[in-house]
Design a protein. Structure first.
Length: 316
């Protein structure tokens, strides 16, 4: 077939309208399962502090004489804990011209850009809180930094031989240079340790790869469920341990090498400054804005949580 003589085509035409859909597609994830599951509280100073306490060990020898003269036992003080508030922000600047022109997919460019920044900032906070960093007190040339989840955990942990827990608040946990495959035995050991220390965890939070590892545990592969004939059930969303049921939640923004066992009621996000938008000074014909949050991780009691650390981040 050939083009008819004199046929006028789109290749030479001038003035055809563009076909640009009025929708902007963005699949970047915005779910933040850790900060969404824990409590919210208020910080009132840059250095946020709280207290922890424990009961005396249970004994079987608490048998006393009838009419015995009582000797009052010495009370033990609470333990003071602390973490520094970390400032995180995102900025955007849009020229007056870009705000004025007719745009596809959004009416206001600055509003669209700030909505994106809000999602990005939440992801940054989630990553910081579930990471492995010690606190930094900060100074005029050094930003303050919160102590993150992995650095806090020391009582209920499973690590590779050359890995280890944080030695103090300003230190990260020792990441092992050797990684290992997560096993159900490791997870059971940590859950049992949590229970022994009085904890009641309800969540296992893992990275995407180790979510598939948990779904492949022996107990899962031997399960029998009545499901529709056109459905394949390959995932584990609930882990029934000897010490209670725990939801298995994948987290895109935590470190893949850590599998956390968590009690969400025993951790909190403490905001010194909640998310807020600041209109920055104009520079020429532009709109400049800053989205800021100042917060820290309040680890109500680290014995309520656990971690299986130093895990493979992909199939080997």
């Amino acid at each position: 077939m050939a083009l008819a003589t004199g046929g006028f085509t789109t290749y030479t035409a001038i003035g055809n309208r563009e076909d640009l859909t009025d929708v902007i597609y963005n699949i970047s994830p915005t779910d933040t399962p850790f900060i969404s599951s824990i409590k919210k509280t208020k910080a009132r100073a840059v250095l946020h502090e709280w207290q922890t306490d424990t009961l005396a060990a249970a004994v079987s020898t608490n048998a006393q004489l009838e009419g015995d003269a009582v000797t009052v036992s010495t009370s033990t003080p609470t333990t003071r804990q602390q973490n520094y508030c970390q400032i995180s922000f995102k900025t955007a600047a849009v020229t007056g011209t870009q705000e004025a022109v007719d745009k596809a997919g959004r009416n206001s460019e600055i509003s669209y850009q700030m909505a994106k920044r809000a999602k990005e900032l939440k992801r940054d906070v989630e990553t910081a809180m579930t990471g492995n960093q010690g606190w930094v007190a900060g100074g005029s040339t050094l930003a303050r930094q919160m102590r993150s989840l992995r650095s806090w955990l020391k009582s209920n942990t499973s690590t590779e031989t050359n890995g280890g827990n944080s030695s103090n608040g300003s230190a990260a946990a020792d990441d092992s240079s050797v990684l290992r495959t997560m096993t159900e035995a490791m997870l059971k050991t940590v859950i049992q340790s949590c229970f022994t220390n009085g904890a009641d965890p309800g969540i296992i939070m893992v990275g995407p790869y180790n979510k598939t590892v948990v779904s492949g545990f022996t107990g899962r592969t031997q399960a029998r469920q009545n499901i529709a004939k056109d459905r394949i059930q390959a995932a584990a969303h609930l882990y029934a341990s000897d010490f209670g049921e725990l939801r298995v939640i994948p987290n895109r923004f935590q470190r893949e090498r850590d599998a956390f066992v968590l009690d969400p009621s025993m951790a909190a996000v403490a905001h010194l400054q909640n998310y807020k938008t600041i209109n920055l000074a104009k520079v020429g014909d532009s709109e400049r804005r800053q989205l800021l949050v100042e917060c820290t991780l309040e680890m109500c009691n680290e014995q309520a949580h656990g971690v299986v650390a130093d895990l493979n981040t992909q199939a080997t």
